[in-house]
Every structure is written in structure tokens, then in C-alpha cells.
Design a protein around this ligand. Sequence first.
Ligand SMILES: [Fe+2]
Ligand SMILES: [Fe+2]
Length: 392
Amino acid sequence: MILDSMLNGMPRPARRKVEETLDNISVVLQMRNPKVFASMAPSAVRGLLLKEGKNRDVIHMQSSHPVTFDTRYQMDFPEMNKLYRRAVANQWDGDKDLDWSTHVDPLNPEIPILSNDFISDEALATLPVRLTSAQRGELNYNIACWMLSQFMHGEQGALYASAQVTESVQWLEGKFFGATQVMDEARHLEVFNRYLNQKLNKVYQINDNLFVILDDLLTDARWDFKFLGMQIMVEGLALGAFRTMHNLSQEPLLKNLLKYVIRDEARHVHYGVLALKNHFLKELSEQERREREDWAFEVAVLMRNRFMAHEIYEEWFEGMISRQTWNELVLSSPAMTLFRHTMFERLIPNLDFIGLMTPRIRPHYEKFGMLDFIKGKNASQLSEQDMVADLH
Ligand SMILES: [Fe+2]
Ligand SMILES: [Fe+2]
């Protein structure tokens, strides 16, 4: 409150700087483990301070991950081989399998691109702003464009990360599967880009926090961190976000597109758990395993708290409410609650399956209410069909 009244007297650009800085500091203060923060610091400087994701059209990232060239040509990972065969059999064509002739009017209230649940009417009523129903429709349309733009940026990150991982993994079947994932991610980038540009006509820049995570993963030389971050954490986040969006939309082309993408992503997480279980259980020392366990927890908390659609706030509500009030509004929105639930019900069993949920770390997850999901099914127990069976 005191902060709010101090900020109110400031010119808008100065106020934005102060609010952003306070917001970023609060992220640092939330981090339990300084080592994890230190490893992310260079990406945080590029993303949050220099805002490279927003200020540059072309961004060069340096990675020095190892390339594993295997001359043994052994095939001794049958479960991975099965997954590869499934990936080959389930390839689809973004141009032919989706009906691009569908007419999409993002402002038609009869076929909402995104329901009012992202920010509920009750939550909006608490703000000192009143929106007309036309403005309300436009806000939902903008939020949908924002979400889909972030999906598109995330898919570009996934394309490069999967290419890097394909070079690094030591199993031949893992390289085969990785190549199918590279194709999948390229197709995802293609269809999100096409939907945004041909049907919605509005693209948002990459969110700073998403940029930090992608930059961190693409520049980290340790392949298994890259793998853990991308295949388990970010893919888990993406799956949760795609499923939430699918259930909040009534637009048939978007729903169908998301369904195709979700099937592919389910395989990618499956690949992640198979590879990492093998690696963590057989090849790491206890200290190395613990380091990964701490890292995964911090990233889970970051992902839970950091996707606040600040670009929408700046466009619609800046100057009317504080960034802090916006954060609270978004965090408590029905869609975000659904999103967190969908994300963690898959992520936690996966972390447990690969050995990163020992009694040492569980109390920390419990504080965020994330431990309730531990008994759920992990990705190796769920097929692509299971992942889309309960969509509505
Ligand atoms: Fe993808
Ligand atoms: Fe993926």
C-alpha cells in the first residue's frame, strides 16, 4: 500500500523500471538455493536487464555441449526404440491434416478463442476499471495472442534444444528419437506461427522470463541439465499450458491443432523420463543427483510463479493498477489455477520416476502444495491417446 502510493506519484517510465526491478528482486528472494541462481545469472542479465529477447531481432546464443559420436552402433534400449517407432508412425502434416480454410473471427463471442476464465468477471470487478463487453472480448483475444505467441517462442527454443540433445545423448535409439522430435518441434513452430499470422494477426514478443529459461537451457553445456530442463520441465509446462488452452477455447481449428501438438509433446516427455532415469540412477554420484534435485525444484517454483502476462498488463492496465496487484490477479485466476494443476499433476510423478523427489526435497514441494500430485501417473505410463482422452 505504501509502495503503491509512492509509485503513484512517479512518471510512468520511472514507475515501470522500479516495479520491474522490485518484481525481479522478489524472484531472487524466493530462490532457496543460491547455487542455482548463480548458474542462471548470465541468462537473467541477458533476459531481465538487457531485455535481449525484446530488443534484438536476431539473438546469438553460445553453447559448448558435447557431441557424442558412437561407433558401436549398439541397440540395447528397447523401450526407447519402441518410442521411436511410435514417433515415426505418428508423424503428421501441419499443412494437410489441419483445416486451414476454417474461418476464424477472434472477436466472435459465439466461438470464443479463449473463455472469460483467464481473468474472471469477479476478479475484473475488483479493479478500478470497467470494460465494455466489446473491450472484454478484445482483452480475451489479446490474451490468446499472447499465450500462443509464447507457445511459438517456446517451440523455437524446443527446436534448438532437441537438436542439441540429439547430438549429446549416448544411446543410438535416443538419437533416432531425438531426430523425430526435431521434426515435431519444427512442425509445432510452423503451425503456431501460421495460426497467429493467418488467423489472429497479432504476435507478442517473447516474455522476459521465458527468454531467461530458454537462454539458460540453450547455453548450458551440461547435457543432462539441458535435458532435464527441456524434456521434463519446459515440456511439462508446455503440455499443461496446451491442455489448459485447449479446454478454454471453442475455436475448432485451434483445438485440433493443440490436440495434434499435445500428442507429440506427450512422447517428448516420455523420452525425457526414459533417458534421465537411466542416466541419474546408473551414472551420477549422490552429490551430482542432489544438485539436479535442487535445480529442478527452483525451476518448478519459477515456472509456477513467473508467467504473469506482463505484456498484457503493460498494454491494458499499467498506470491503473500496480504490477503487484496484477500478479495477484493472474495468480488467483481460474485458468492459472487449472494450468498449475494440469502442469504439476504430470511434472511431480515424472520427477519422482527419475529419482529427483527424495525425502530431502519433498517438504519444499509440500510448501507450494505440489506434493499432492506424487501418486499420479508418470509419462512412461501414459500414451499419446491417454493425454488427449480427457480433453474437452
Ligand atoms: Fe513442441
Ligand atoms: Fe516438445
